[in-house]
Design a protein. Structure first.
Length: 277
C-alpha cells in the first residue's frame, strides 16, 4: 500500500488514496498503520476518494480505529497533498467530511505552499449539537465538571466534533495523561469529547494543550484551537482573533463576522513509502 506521511504542527497523519487498499477495513488499517512500534506511526489515517458533494471526500480514522467527523490539522495536510501531487490545480477547493463541507485555501511564498487557511464553518454551541446531555437548546458555558477529585469550569463547543474547553492559570501543570481520558469519557458526552486546557496569555494569545478523543495527547489539534478561541470569546477572555500556541507550534484563528471560523497554519510532508499489508 502506497502512503505519504504528513504533519500539521506535529499532529501527524498517514494519507492514502481510496484505491491504495481496496477492500480494506479502514478501522483495522488505522490500528495497524498508526502503531508507532509495529506500524508507520501516526495520530490518524486519512483516506481520500471521490465525492458527489465536493471536490474530494476525506475520511479520518483515529489511532484507536475510531472514525472522526473532522480534523483541522489533517485538512491542511490533505489540502497541500492534493495540490502538490497534481490531484487538483485549484488553490481553493472543497472537502466532503462527516462534519460537512470544508473549504481549504492555499497561500504561496516564492512559488511554494507555505500556509493553508481553512474555513472550518460555524461553531455549534447547543447541547444537542455538541452533543451533550441536558436541555437540548442550551449552551454549556463556564459549567462545572469533576475529574480526578477536582472541579473544573468548562465550555463546550462543536467544530463538527465535540470539545470540552477548560481555562487554567498554568497549562503546563496539568497532568493531561491522567485527567484527559477521564473527561473524554465523562457521561455528559455521549460520543466522548476532545479536551483542551487553555491558558490566557493576553487578549490575542492562548496557550493550549490537548487530549484528543481517540488519539490521546497530541502536539496540536486544529479543531481544538478553533473551539478554544470560541470558548475564550464566550467567556470574555479574548478578542475574536488570536494566535493559539500548541506544543507543536502556532495556529492563527479568526471568528469572523460571517460566524465562520478560519484557521491558518502550516502542513509538512515527512516521507512517502509502501506499507506491507
Amino acid at each position: 500500500m502506497q502512503f505519504t506521511k504528513w504533519h500539521g504542527l506535529g499532529n501527524d497523519f498517514i494519507i492514502i488514496n481510496e484505491g491504495a487498499a481496496p477492500g480494506a477495513d479502514y478501522h483495522k488499517l488505522a490500528l495497524a498503520t498508526c502503531d508507532r512500534n509495529f506500524g508507520i506511526g501516526a495520530d490518524g489515517l486519512v483516506v481520500l476518494g471521490p465525492s458527489d458533494l465536493a471536490d474530494f471526500k476525506m475520511r479520518i480514522f483515529n489511532s484507536d480505529g475510531s472514525e472522526a467527523d473532522m480534523c483541522g490539522n489533517a485538512t491542511r495536510c490533505v489540502a497541500r497533498y492534493l495540490y502538490e501531487t497534481g490531484l487538483t490545480a485549484k488553490t481553493v477547493f472543497t472537502l466532503d467530511t462527516l462534519a460537512g463541507i470544508i473549504t481549504p485555501e492555499l497561500f504561496f511564498e516564492d512559488g511554494r505552499v507555505r500556509i493553508v487557511k481553512v474555513n472550518m464553518g460555524e461553531p455549534r454551541l447547543t447541547r444537542e449539537n455538541i452533543p451533550m446531555t441536558g436541555n437540548a437548546g442550551e449552551q454549556a458555558v463556564n459549567m462545572p465538571l469533576v475529574a480526578e477529585g477536582q472541579t473544573y469550569q468548562f465550555t463546550a463547543v462543536s467544530m463538527g466534533n465535540p470539545h470540552c474547553v477548560i481555562f487554567v492559570n498554568d497549562v503546563d501543570n496539568i497532568n493531561l495523561a491522567a485527567i484527559g481520558p477521564k473527561i473524554e469519557t465523562n457521561e455528559m458526552f455521549p460520543k466522548k469529547t476532545n479536551v483542551e486546557f487553555i491558558q490566557i496569555v493576553d487578549r490575542h494569545t492562548l496557550k493550549m494543550r490537548v487530549w484528543e478523543r481517540g488519539a490521546g495527547i497530541t502536539k496540536a489539534c486544529g479543531t481544538g484551537a478553533c473551539a478554544a478561541l470560541v470558548a475564550a470569546v464566550l467567556n470574555g477572555h479574548t478578542e475574536r482573533e488570536a494566535t493559539v500556541r500548541l506544543d507543536g507550534g502556532d495556529l492563527f484563528i479568526t471568528w469572523a463576522d460571517d460566524n465562520h471560523i478560519y484557521k491558518s497554519g502550516p502542513a509538512v510532508e515527512v516521507f512517502r513509502g509502501e506499507f506491507l499489508l
